[in-house]
Each structure stands twice: as C-alpha cells, then as structure tokens.
Design a protein around this ligand. Structure first.
Ligand SMILES: [Zn+2]
Ligand SMILES: [Zn+2]
Length: 332
C-alpha cells in the first residue's frame, strides 16, 4: 500500500521566492507492521548479515539504569532499526561498491539523555552468500521501548523547506512570521519539513537546529530521522489514505460571558448546546463557538513501537569521508 501526502494548501515558494532555492527531497517511510526478508528494505526487519560475520554487540560503558532495566554487565546484541537497498532509496550516499545501508542500535539507554546508540553499516549485497539469523533481542537487559517492530516501508518523496529557525536569512524569517499572523497555517509545522520517520530532507526540529561537521570538517547531511510519532502537523502532512479511513471528532472552542475561554471535544455528530455548556457558572457566548475537526489519534496503531518521550532521533552522515562517520542528535 502506498501513501500520498496531500498537496499543500499554500505554495510557499510562490509567496517567498527565496525558498525555491532551498528545497530538499525527503523520503517519508510510513512504517507498517509486517514480515519482511533480509532481501528487502524495512524498518526493524531482518538484515542481510553474513553468516560468517559476528553479530554486533555494544561494548560501551555508558549505559544508564532505568526503572526495571538494570545496567547490563555483559555486552548484549544490537537490534535492527532499518535496512535500505539502493534500488529503494538511491538518495543515500552509498559508498562505491555498496548497495545496502544497515542501521542498528543498542536498545539500552546511553548517557547523557538515555537514548539508544546507533551504528550504520554499508555493504555490497552480492558479497553476502549465506545470511545470518539475528539473535533474539536481550529483552531482560534492553529497554523494550527501544525494540522496533518489524515494519514494511512505503517510500514517498516529498519536497521540503527548512523550518523557520533554519532559514539562512533574518529578513525572510521576519516576512514569514508576519505572514503567519495573517492566516491559519504555521510555516514550520505545516509547510516546511515532514514529521515522522524519514530519510534525508530537512529535519523536523523540536528544539534548535543542529548542524554537525565530521572530524575532518565536512558538513554532514541528514541520513535518517527515527520518530516515535507521525502526527505533528497532521492537517497538511497526514497522508490521504489515512485521512480517508480515520475517525474524526470535533474540538469545540468557545468564549465565556465572563471573558474567559474554554474548549471541549465532541463526537462527529454531536453539537455543543451553549445553553447547557459553560464553565463555573459562566455561560457560553454562542457567536464565539468554533469547531475544528481533529483525528482520533488513539485509533492510529503505533506501528514501529519505539518510544523516546515524544521525540526524534536524528542521524547525520558525512557523505565525503569514505567510512561515512555518523553523528546523532536527540530532541523532544
Ligand atoms: Zn549500548
Ligand atoms: Zn567527513
């Protein structure tokens, strides 16, 4: 099944022509639980790992204890996070002679923010004769929130722009902020960078942008965002196939006779009765009632099954250094 991001309600590059030179293409992945094979691209699925190569373990000594998750005293296996074949995601900076990008992480909390630790490998699929069977995750010594479910991916390319804070010019930023005050869309949330788990593009920052250089001074580029939520900015980013099948309820905002405001949520067929609604004895002003449709997010299954506090893990890669060093940022 494919997924389609709807056309944007506003062409920001027409309004702000400088944005036209800042576009990047992101590959939205839309993880959906399902069995995959080592010969396919996936999130959390089996990796094309040579049988004669030891399965990687994390020997780092900065594991953090968490409630119910003791600090492991032995090295435990890394787990699969993603595998991308160049035929599916040719945008990745595959080193010469490779056609598979494999992303793993250690499923335990590491210093300083209690996050899993990434490892990225690039290999030549033709060099793998016999494929290893991955060891079972060490659930006793792992944080189960860091054990991804095997998921199929449905790559979709979308054009993105940098978020407000990542724009190169203060003047452009100020003009966009002024425009935001005149209409309903939030540029950064609805019109710039896609939310969710994706390859490349512009990062959907939650805090300030992070732009790492590698140790040799090359500017690194976005490789992968792993998100524990796909729903921010849903009004413009939720794919049409999900919009058409998800239930909506109504968020109802209203003003009160005493000058205060309130809001409540109703089913799609329910109506607010101003005569009986109200807060602390103050009645609803009928002309002030505004209804906004809101998806029932609780009906969306958590496909990838990872959780890091409503946050994103951003993986950068150096596209110049042949060993492709990575840098990781975590924001929530
Ligand atoms: Zn570790
Ligand atoms: Zn480099």
């Amino acid at each position: 099944m494919g997924f389609t991001t709807p056309d944007k309600p506003v062409d920001v590059a027409a309004l702000f022509p400088e944005l036209a030179g800042l576009t990047r293409t992101a590959v939205r992945l839309y993880p959906r639980r399902g069995e995959t094979t080592a010969q396919e691209s996936s999130l959390g699925g089996p990796l094309l790992w040579p049988a004669n190569e030891p399965w990687p373990v994390c020997g780092d000594d900065d594991h953090m204890a968490d409630a119910g998750v003791p600090v492991p005293v032995v090295a435990a296996p890394l787990v699969s996070v993603a595998q991308f074949y160049s035929r599916d995601v040719p945008e990745l900076p595959f080193p010469e002679g490779t056609d598979v990008c494999q992303v793993l992480w250690c499923p335990r909390g590491h210093e300083p923010y209690y996050t899993p630790r990434f490892r990225v490998l690039w290999r030549d699929s033709a060099s793998v004769a016999e494929v290893a069977v991955a060891p079972e995750p060490d659930r006793e010594h792992s944080d189960v929130d860091f054990l991804p479910n095997p998921c199929r991916i449905a790559p979709e390319r979308v054009v993105e722009y940098p978020q407000l804070r990542e724009l190169p010019s203060d003047g452009l930023r100020e003009r966009i902020v002024a425009w935001e005050r005149e209409q309903k869309w939030d540029y950064s949330e609805h019109l710039s960078a896609a939310p969710g788990t994706k390859v490349g593009g512009w990062m959907e920052w939650i805090q300030d942008p992070f732009r790492p250089d590698c140790a040799r001074g090359h500017r690194m580029t976005p490789l992968l965002t792993v998100s524990d939520s796909e729903i921010s900015g849903w009004e413009t980013w939720m794919p049409m196939e999900v919009v058409s099948r998800i239930a909506f309820h109504k968020e109802v905002r209203f003003g009160l006779a005493n000058g205060g405001t309130g809001r409540t949520w109703l089913g799609p067929d329910q109506e607010l009765d101003p005569a009986v609604a109200g807060i602390s004895g103050s009645r609803v002003v009928p002309e002030s009632v505004v209804e906004v449709p809101v998806p029932d997010f609780s009906a969306l299954p958590d496909e990838l099954g990872v959780e890091f506090g409503g946050g994103n893990l951003y993986v950068f890669v150096c596209p110049t250094c042949p060993e492709r060093p990575i840098e990781v940022e975590y924001q929530r």
